[in-house]
Design a protein around this ligand. Structure first.
Ligand SMILES: O=C(O)c1ccccc1NCC(=O)[C@H](O)[C@H](O)COP(=O)(O)O
Length: 200
């Protein structure tokens, strides 16, 4: 199945959801790899899950500074395609691993600042900012690789993608369903709405 845009999903913590997402044509699956995080995926669980899923790239996620100074050591236990950080002070360390680096921003201001400082080093900026105006997102997307994690639903997805022209969208899965997405079915509804065969 082909999706109409690039899709990254975080927090998938069981095999059936991971296989469903891969089968739907999701591009990247993210796992939190900070050992104190409530949604932590340990190396053994990651291996068991990733061995059974194909056609998707795996992202190791750091939501805090807890792994600063030991990013290379932590990721050596995982077979990852990319690393996601949400602290600007970890970008250089993450880039030194040679993996693709994603920056997760929680405000438009932060995303714009990272785009101007690190735009050429990172694969994309993932932005979750419910307050951001579509025109501002469109401007940012025109100058950097932007993946939006808010501001869309099954009802407006096609219009939002057309107006902002982002690289793609990000969704939360598993136990981490984001506000407004109460269960897995709602994430699945977005994926089904992105089925390229259904778009005219
Ligand atoms: O990481 C993702 O793939 C993702 C998917 C969908 C929505 C948000 C996503 N990441 C960003 C976040 O999880 C939060 O913005 C981040 O943890 C910061 O949260 P807070 O400190 O509460 O602002």
């Amino acid at each position: 199945m082909a999706l109409k845009t690039f899709v990254k999903i975080s927090g998938v913590n069981n095999l059936s959801d991971a296989r469903y997402c891969a089968g739907m044509g999701v591009n990247q699956l993210g796992f939190n790899i900070e050992d104190k995080h409530p949604n932590y995926t340990d190396p053994q669980s990651f291996k068991e899950l990733s061995d059974w899923v194909s056609g998707v790239d795996f992202v190791g996620e750091f939501d805090s500074l807890s792994a600063q100074g030991k990013v290379a050591e932590v990721i050596s236990q995982y077979d990852l395609y990319a690393i996601q950080v949400s602290e600007s002070s970890m970008i250089d360390e993450a880039c030194e691993t040679g993996k693709e680096v994603i920056y997760s921003a929680s405000s438009l201001a932060d995303a714009s600042s990272i785009a101007s400082q690190f735009g050429d080093k990172i694969a994309y900026i993932l932005l979750e900012d419910e307050q951001a105006e579509p025109s501002s997102l469109e401007a940012l997307a025109s100058e950097t690789e932007l993946v939006i994690a808010s501001g869309f639903s099954t009802d407006n997805l096609e219009d939002v993608l057309g107006a902002i022209q982002p690289k793609g969208i990000a969704l939360k899965g598993g136990d981490e369903i984001r506000p407004g997405y109460k269960d897995f079915d709602q994430m699945a509804d977005i994926l089904e709405a992105l089925d390229a065969d259904e778009w005219v």
